[in-house]
Design a binder for this molecule. Structure first.
Ligand code: UGA
Length: 439
């Protein structure tokens, strides 16, 4: 078993650290935020993620994982240091690598024995060559240090499961030493390992995410056409899915992809291509379709209603997908301000995302409208004039069609996640508009 350090305790870093500890490695997670470190030490996870807190507590009690702000102590004698800090999008679409650079420098100044530095963060192809050079340039002690690429494929909401049961581990290395060590670190996971060079590993991450984003935008594009032609996107997707070359996953049309990954990684790859004199037309199209799709529901509702002024608008779901409290690039963030500007009185429900949303949109008057957060879906629906569904939470799916008719003033529902059968809603007397299906 190895002594590992993990830089950054966001989704990628913390989950990786906890899973390495679960597999028997000795792990120290490093973060600059003292409050966050104290919280984690007390067994509380700073992010909402199934099974995470339980595994944090179990492995902390077993002495296999600890948390610190003292990076020097954590890096000094680590066999390998995993970097999982953020690479946020910059206004031009490129990735901001300043957090990686800071960690790289700290590593160079701290390590006292041979060390493998493993970059898990999503970084533009070629970055890890530069990270290695950067560490060499600032190295204080005479030790061997190499950088490997090990992109992460976990999805929020199922992060721990995705890590422990990953479909593949990608390792990008430039020496047998690095390859052998990474294979040994992952040996207790018993998962398929694909070993490639560093640049290919970096590219696999972008190519995979952008392909999935493309798949979603393609289905949304087809969904919009289905509406015009009287076809049903769910039936179309079902028919397509039997072809194993297409597969059955990621064929759900809706109000576009959100989150911290697809929007960022599509723009980043398009940017990288442009920097290299190449136009990545497919990815560019996926980005454009997604932008339009985010406000598709609002556009539909605007055609149906003369105004939102003074109307009670129920908003069900705020996060970019269920199972997470993350709001990044969520469709709600695009639609709520427009509704408020039109004078809507919004009653918003989200089982875990409401507090975060309220930080950006505090309860009370905003613009010409108001926003109120409710913890009960029925309270949101009571006497509402219109309902928008932005996230397919289980709690929302559990609302039976007749409830909309019984509770709302006018049973008018715009569903961005296609959670109901059109027929069931019609039978319940609900005017139901969804994506890519007949109304
Ligand atoms: C995504 C990838 O799925 C992970 O494999 C990857 O590791 C991760 O990005 C990352 O790069 O870190 P995530 O953003 O957590 O994971 O969430 P997804 O479940 O992929 O959903 C992304 C967005 O696509 C959501 O807004 C979701 O509603 C939307 N989506 C997904 C659809 O609109 N239709 C679908 O069929 C699937």
């Amino acid at each position: 078993m190895y002594k590992l350090a993990v830089a950054g305790t966001g989704y990628v870093g913390l989950v990786a650290g906890v899973c390495f500890a679960e597999k028997g490695h000795q792990v120290t997670c490093v973060d600059v935020d003292e409050d966050k470190v104290a919280l984690m030490k007390s067994g509380v996870s700073p992010i909402y993620e199934a099974d995470l807190e339980e595994l944090m507590q179990k492995n902390h009690a077993a002495g296999r994982i600890d948390y610190t702000t003292d990076y020097k102590a954590a890096y000094r004698d680590a066999d390998a240091i995993f970097i999982g800090v953020g690479t946020p999008e910059q206004p031009d679409g490129s990735a901001n690598l300043s957090y990686i650079a800071t960690v790289a420098r700290q590593i160079a100044e701290s390590i006292e024995k041979d060390c493998l530095v493993v970059v898990k963060s999503t970084v533009p192809v070629g970055t890890n060559d530069k990270v290695e050079q950067f560490i060499q340039d600032f190295l204080v002690n005479n030790v061997r240090v190499e950088v490997a690429s090990n992109p992460e494929f976990l999805a929020q909401g199922s992060a721990v499961h995705d890590t422990l049961h990953a479909e593949r581990i990608i390792i990008g290395t430039e020496s047998e030493w690095a390859e052998a060590m990474l294979k040994e670190i992952y040996a207790p996971f018993y998962l398929p390992i694909v070993s490639v060079n560093r640049r290919s590993a970096e590219m696999i991450k972008y190519a995979s995410n952008d392909f999935l984003a493309l798949k979603i935008s393609y289905m949304n594009d087809i969904a919009n056409l289905c509406e015009l032609l009287g076809a049903d996107i769910q039936d179309v997707a079902k028919g397509m899915s039997y072809d194993e070359r297409i597969g059955s996953k990621f064929l759900n049309a809706g109000i576009g992809f959100g989150g911290s990954c697809f929007p960022k990684d599509t723009k980043a790859l398009e940017y990288i291509a442009k920097q290299n004199g190449y136009e990545l037309k497919t990815v560019k199209a996926a980005i454009e379709v997604n932008k339009e799709q985010k406000t598709m529901l609002y556009k539909k509702a605007s055609k149906r209603l003369i105004t939102f002024n003074g109307l009670k608008v129920a908003v069900l779901g705020l996060t970019f997908k269920p199972g997470t409290d993350d709001l990044r690039e969520a469709a709600s963030l695009e639609n709520v301000p427009v509704l408020l500007a039109q004078g809507a009185n919004i009653y918003a429900y989200d089982p875990v995302g409401a507090d975060r949303f309220a930080k950006e949109f505090p309860e009370g008057q905003i613009d010409k409208g108001t926003i109120t957060y409710v913890s009960d879906i029925e309270e949101a629906l009571a006497n509402a004039n219109v309902c928008f569904i932005f996230t397919e939470w289980g709690e929302v799916k559990a609302v039976l069609p007749h409830k909309y008719r019984e509770l709302m003033r006018t049973p008018l529902v715009f569903d961005g996640r296609n959670i109901y059968s059109v027929q069931d809603m019609q039978d319940a007397g609900v005017e139901y508009h969804s994506i890519g299906r007949p109304s």
